[in-house]
Design a protein around this ligand. Structure first.
Ligand code: GAR
Length: 196
């Protein structure tokens, strides 16, 4: 069985898609050992609690230095012992020790078709603002492995989504989530779990 830890920062709709995916059998052979947020106010923590999943907040703001935060984050991760770490809207750059220790065992969901609208500064609503500003007619989402770079790791799955006349960043974000993110994140985890 694949043991997963999900890292979150905000609303947690992708976490919810993973929880529901396991319940519905879309994701097989998988359990969530814990959810880690950097943000104590993240609604994702409530979703974890409601699903009976142990949840933890490890925030850089609670540590004197980045090194101390990194150490504590890695310690908590090792305690939970994941086979796979899922970044589901996690907005903190991972410590290098973490990407090294969990090489090829961390995946991320990004709300565009990589290599478009990705890398430093492209997260959340900003991605959709940039897509609309550029006037693309197709966007989408990507699940990829995480390496030392930002959004540079091997691509696992992608799904395209149409941009529609009059879209606002919020409307487009919601469509990309519904039609792409909540579909390919569970499917990617299932695909990895089938190899366990
Ligand atoms: C999602 O759209 C996710 O793809 C994006 O943040 C949102 C989190 O929503 N992630 C990134 O932009 C990472 N670069 P959620 O908390 O409701 O899952």
């Amino acid at each position: 069985m694949l043991t997963v830890v999900v890292c979150v920062s905000g609303g947690g709709t992708n976490l919810q898609a993973v929880i529901d995916g396991i319940r519905k059998g879309i994701i097989r052979n998988t359990r969530i050992a814990g959810v880690i947020s950097n943000n104590p106010g993240a609604y994702a923590l409530k979703r974890a609690e409601e699903a009976g999943i142990p949840s933890f907040c490890v925030s850089p703001k609670d540590y004197k230095s980045r090194e101390e935060y990194n150490k504590s984050f890695l310690k908590k991760m090792k305690e939970l012992g994941p086979d796979l770490i899922v970044l589901a809207g996690f907005l903190v750059i991972l410590p290098e020790e973490m990407t090294r220790f969990y090489k090829n065992r961390i995946i991320n969901i990004h709300p565009s078709l990589i290599p478009s609208f990705c890398g430093t500064g492209f997260y959340g609503l900003k991605v959709h603002e940039a897509a609309l500003a550029r006037g693309v007619k197709i966007t989408g989402a990507t699940v990829h492995y995480v390496d030392e770079g930002t959004d540079t790791g091997e691509i696992i799955m992608q799904k395209a989504v149409e941009v529609k006349e009059g879209d606002t960043p919020q409307v487009l974000q919601r469509r990309v989530m519904e039609e792409a993110e909540w579909v390919i994140l569970p499917q990617s985890i299932d695909r990895i779990a089938q190899k366990y």
